[in-house]
Design a protein around this ligand. Structure first.
Ligand code: 5GP
Length: 194
């Protein structure tokens, strides 16, 4: 059996990555979204207005539990994405699926993505770039769930991520949600069929 493809979607917080990957998984067969583990606290989802649930968007754990998973070598990759806040892709969400021919989608930051690309060059890296920095700031502020400090941290990280996007296989400048989805889908389906 042919292995599944590993597809990594990155882009600044607020750029619409999760809408794209949700549609990819819902509307196409044979795609699996890898749920990451994080030490960040659940927040109110701006679309549903509900608190994020464990095992749905993320596995929310304490720092101790996260470190325990590092010790047990359970991570495919992990990164301190924000100061003191860790995010990691679990091997259990990825390896077996790929071996069973299932295409796995990761929605992770640039550092995690580039670490994976080094060891796993066949990974397909797609970066969603905001049309303008101003627009990104507006989107983050509209979320209302983050403090000013958090918004600033996310904007700084966005600048860093945009710089690193030159190492990606594809960079898509964000337009409408529909168009962004169609462009990612086109890339991904072509790769998957190969
Ligand atoms: P948020 O807290 O807004 O859900 O996500 C913050 C950032 O963490 C996003 O850029 C997201 O892509 C990244 N992220 C989520 N899960 C992982 C992961 O497992 N590994 C890495 N390296 N980054 C992740």
């Amino acid at each position: 059996m042919k292995n599944g493809k590993l597809i990594i979607i990155s882009g600044p917080s607020g750029v619409g990555k999760s809408t794209i990957r949700k549609r990819l998984v819902e509307k196409n067969n044979n795609f699996w979204y890898s749920i990451s583990m994080t030490t960040r606290k659940p927040r109110i989802d701006e679309k549903t207005n509900k608190l994020e649930e464990n095992g749905n968007e993320y596995y929310f754990v304490s720092l101790e539990e996260f470190k325990e998973n590092i010790k047990k070598d359970n991570f495919f990759e992990y990164t301190e994405v924000y100061n003191g806040i860790y995010y990691g892709t679990l091997k259990s969400e990825v390896i077996e699926k790929l071996e069973h021919g299932i295409n796995v989608i990761l929605e992770i930051d640039v550092d995690g993505a580039l670490k994976i690309k080094k060891n796993f060059p066949e990974a397909i890296l797609i970066f969603i770039k905001p049309k303008s920095f101003f627009e990104l700031e507006q989107r983050l502020r509209n979320r209302k769930s983050d403090s000013e400090d958090k918004i600033k941290e996310r904007l700084d990280k966005a600048l860093y991520e945009i710089e690193k996007s030159i190492y990606y296989d594809y960079v898509i400048e964000s337009n409408t949600k529909e168009e962004d989805y169609e462009r990612v889908k086109e890339i991904v389906l072509k790769k998957v069929e190969n």
